[in-house]
Write a protein that binds this ligand. Sequence first.
Ligand code: SAM
Ligand code: SF4
Length: 335
Amino acid sequence: MNKFFTPPSPLIDRFGRQVNYVRLSVTDRCDLRCVYCMSENMTFLPREQVLSLEEIGRIASVFVSLGVEKIRLTGGEPLVRRDLLDLIGHIGQLGLQDFAMTTNGTQLSHFAGSLKAAGLKRLNISLDSLDPAKFRRITRNGDLDKVLEGIEAARAVGFEGIKLNAVIMRGRNDDEVLDLIELVRRLELDISFIEEMPLGVISEHNRHETYCSSDDVQQIIEQHYALQPASMKTGGPSRYFKMADSLSRVGFISPHSHNFCSECNRVRVTAEGRLLLCLGNEHSVDLRAILRRYPRDNTPLREAIIDAIELKPEQHHFTTDGDVQILRFMSSSGG
Ligand code: SAM
Ligand code: SF4
């Protein structure tokens, strides 16, 4: 073969999108119960239905052999999974361009150093409020101080990037947009503001009433800081902006108001091994059955993944009318 010839990626879908990013959920469990993500009484998967860390590692290796360059671990809360560092060590050695994790930060003060040492490059930390009482209400039981300590610990060990994620809900935390901006400016972190998605049946609020568009959030910020579009392209759903006098980038993830499906480069694997081709559709392929049927041969897994990419839908159809469009919760989708 000509040494300059690069074979086409086997992971290009029917719409010409190349999948080079995989989100792996390592658990559906969590120590918090954020009101937009979970119901108060959740039933979690029986342990035997959850992939072992070794099985998740096999999936990661196969995706990387198929050209995937970026992996994010998520959940549920990844840091509640015992022995997670073993998996991070395995994935950290696969030569990825980017290896990240999304966490609620409650246990980061213990784990930040070992995560970095095991090969994790970047962190997203979810933080929706800087008011302890409001934080507790939104997370149902969370302690804001623990998360703030976790953020400090992560900063101290020197990750390549730390970004905060905030889901903004009207009447709940839309009055905190500027406080969050001031925090990231002071700590020199990035932030993404997220529109709430209609995943899972929740009873705490009506999503139609709390819907707050990214344009509304942007307007709040622009009353104080002009936002200029940042050139940075992540191939992801965030649209990024910069402020003239700060290193922090401000992103908006806007599944309702700015559909990003045409650039979608990602798939997800749930904690029970379902390969989801789109967050907003129910299509999935059961990778766990293949992993367990062929415990020592990755070829069938590889073929199943290549075939599955054919099923990737063109787009999601989320609406803001308050109806649930997808029954599975974000925590079981691998957010
Ligand atoms: N537990 C970790 C955390 O909270 O960062 C990782 C999993 S969580 C499901 C991943 C992200 O999804 C978090 O930033 C969370 O705020 C977001 N999320 C959860 N439910 C959502 C929803 N219904 N709409 C939009 N974002 C949601
Ligand atoms: Fe847990 Fe993350 Fe969902 Fe909050 S958003 S309940 S921290 S999984």
